[in-house]
Design a protein around this ligand. Structure first.
Ligand SMILES: NC(=O)c1ccc[n+]([C@@H]2O[C@H](COP(=O)([O-])OP(=O)(O)OC[C@H]3O[C@@H](n4cnc5c(N)ncnc54)[C@H](OP(=O)(O)O)[C@@H]3O)[C@@H](O)[C@H]2O)c1
Length: 266
């Protein structure tokens, strides 16, 4: 059951309200900081109360107006709690960032882990996107930022469910963007490569070599700039842009083999 702890209402006189799911660590925490600096009253969503409270305090000390919503986005009650928190607010921006991975999801992962990836990365993201799109359409404008991954562009052996879930995010968001074109609501898909966050540890993955890992903070900043400029897709970093271009244009069989090699399958 989700608990709503709206710690501060925010004066809603600045750039409006931005919701960030998965704000208790990593990329979501960085999204929350950058959006606050840009003048948004940010609604911080996640399950870990201590982490959200620490971020809330930090943002308040910097003169911002955050609100904490403790919610599990997989649960209907959790999703409802987020919309309750923004019911009376001028909602302008929504970041679906909460997500997780699972190694060996395709063949050896526990059923619960697979279900959790699907429910968080696909089900919750879709339902929140649709509900946010309705709210933003009523206001005739706003931005939805959906966090996918470079894994969206190629199958990901050893993380099959995760890679497929991110391919879903990319396809779903591209379709939603076209549906919403006349409404003034824009949708931007963000595709990071490996980032220095809690993601790998929680997924049971080893961190890739340092050279391939980027910091979350500049990724969040550049992704928000791209989304606010009206861009459809932001792939983080030159190397990741080259890799995703290869995945998009090379023969599918090559892409599968290269991906399997990169994931250490053979
Ligand atoms: N790190 C990478 O290498 C990488 C690469 C490409 C894409 N991404 C994507 O970037 C996004 C952010 O991940 P990250 O790297 O910042 O990892 P992270 O540090 O593990 O952060 C994940 C966030 O999602 C939240 N979350 C997970 N399940 C949730 C649930 N059921 N309900 C509410 N919140 C939930 C977590 O909060 P609580 O546990 O407190 O609920 C946490 O705040 C994810 O969508 C991930 O797939 C990451």
């Amino acid at each position: 059951m989700a608990i709503l702890t709206s710690t501060m209402k925010g004066d809603a006189t600045r750039r409006g309200t931005a919701v960030v799911t998965g704000a208790s660590s990593g990329l979501g925490e960085s999204f929350a900081r950058h959006l606050s600096r840009r003048g948004y009253d940010v609604v911080l969503v996640a399950r870990r109360a201590d982490k959200l409270e620490a971020l809330r305090r930090e943002l308040v000390q910097c003169g911002h107006h955050p609100t904490v919503v403790l919610a599990d986005v997989r649960e209907p009650a959790g999703r409802a709690a987020i919309f309750d928190a923004v019911a009376e607010r001028p909602l302008n921006l929504w970041v679906n960032n909460a997500g997780l991975g699972c190694v060996r999801a395709g063949v050896e992962c526990e059923e619960d882990d697979v279900t959790s990836v699907l429910r968080t990365n696909i089900e919750a993201l879709s339902l929140l996107s649709i509900a946010a799109a309705k709210r933003l359409s009523e206001r005739r404008g706003g931005v939805i930022v959906n966090v996918a991954s470079t894994a969206a562009f190629s199958p990901t052996p050893t993380m099959a469910t995760y890679g497929a879930s991110k391919a879903f995010v990319l396809s779903f968001s591209e379709a939603l963007r076209e549906e919403l074109r006349a409404s003034g609501v824009r949708v931007c898909v963000v595709c990071p490569g490996a980032l220095e966050t809690e993601f790998h540890g929680r997924a049971g993955l080893e961190m890739p070599p340092k050279l391939l890992v980027r910091a979350a903070d500049p990724c969040a900043r550049a992704a928000i700039e791209a989304a606010l400029r009206g861009e459809d897709l932001y792939v983080d970093g030159a190397l990741n842009r080259a890799v995703t271009a290869f995945a998009r244009f090379a023969p599918r069989r090559w892409v599968q083999r290269v991906s399997a090699r990169a994931m250490g399958v053979w």
